[in-house]
Ligand binder design. Sequence first.
Ligand code: HEM
Length: 395
Amino acid sequence: MTGYAVQLDAGAPDFLQDPYPVLASLRATGPVLWHEPMGVWLATTHDAVSQVMRNRAFGRIWTDWEPKSQMEPFNALHRNQMMENEPPTHTRLRRLVAAAFGRGHVERMRPRIEQLAASMVDDLGEQFDILGRYAEPMPVYVIADLLGVPREDHEKLRAWSQAIVHMYEPNVGALVKADAIAASTAFSDYVRAVVEERRSAPGDDLITDLIQARDEGTKLSDDELVASVVLLLNAGHEASVNVFGNGFHALLQHPDQMARITSGEVSVETALEELIRFDAPLQLFERTATADVEVCGQLVRTGQRIACLMGSANRDAAVFADADTFDVGRDPNPHVGFGMGVHFCLGAPLARLELQISIGTLLDRYPRLQLVGEAPRRPTWVLRGFERIDVKVEP
Ligand code: HEM
């Protein structure tokens, strides 16, 4: 194999706690590096990641997990949704739901999200886990409302989603696979039941719209309908929870930066972009080369995989001045948090709106929050976040 071979132990406790020194050394080694244990190229710089995401010769090419007979519930949810497909299937599936996530449509949800945030903040008390009590349920409620799924089921949805996304980490074991199969089966059955309900009692929601698309022609199959709903429910909250958690944790550790927001010097809108950049909730996305392509001088051959290291791109000093400094006033802030190219995050306007509201509402109400103890990190890399973040209201 040509190119530099590198060591990266994605399971090492030090790396999971703080991957940024290792990612910095990878960038210093080169923009595109070969990682033998995972059998993938690593795109380490902002330039390399941008090139890969924008180049149509790199696709998200889904490969079913083996053994197929056991993994089918998990495979079916992935094989049949937009994120794991390329055009024209991707275009068809994305177009069916794109309007619901457009800026104008999302902006109309503002009053309801503001009301939700205000009522949730009222219930928090003096000391609480800001993730479990606020940041986790909030985006699940919002996406559940949009799709027409009962809010009361948020804990089930969250648990299924977590079991599924654990599969995106490197080196998953038998237990993780078994959990993901069980969650995929239960989640699909649940969505099929909601679809049947909406079919007999249509509502003003996205599932009802998708059923119409399904029933009116050849735009959507049954499996695609279920997989699309599951994708939207999962993608619609997983990253938002961890942007809030990672970003708010950084704010709690940098009271001077928190004060720049609460004093009005920096807007929540500007600060949010830095919360997304500084400690990326989604650290890695993979592509497969469908032709021989050169990236930053390195040839990637047809069929080879390349992992875009998003957290590394977001700390690239070639693009961000003082890249390791948490600066809520950073503007412009061309982070890669929402991706690029055809798979650019469909939910970016919604994610921005709900995070601006949830952070703004919380800080208006509690301008002086303090961390209690050390917040435990989740032992995962690809989806980076905290288990819980306990805070107390400073007198
Ligand atoms: C701050 C929170 C969020 C972040 C950081 C984020 C990030 C991303 C990224 C990086 C991708 C591209 C994946 C790739 O290129 O392989 C993506 C795709 C996607 N996101 Fe988000 N996302 C967030 C919130 C949301 C929300 C609220 C929704 C609501 C539905 C959503 C729905 C999607 C969907 C459907 C895709 C697939 C798009 C496609 O394949 O065309 N995301 N997201």
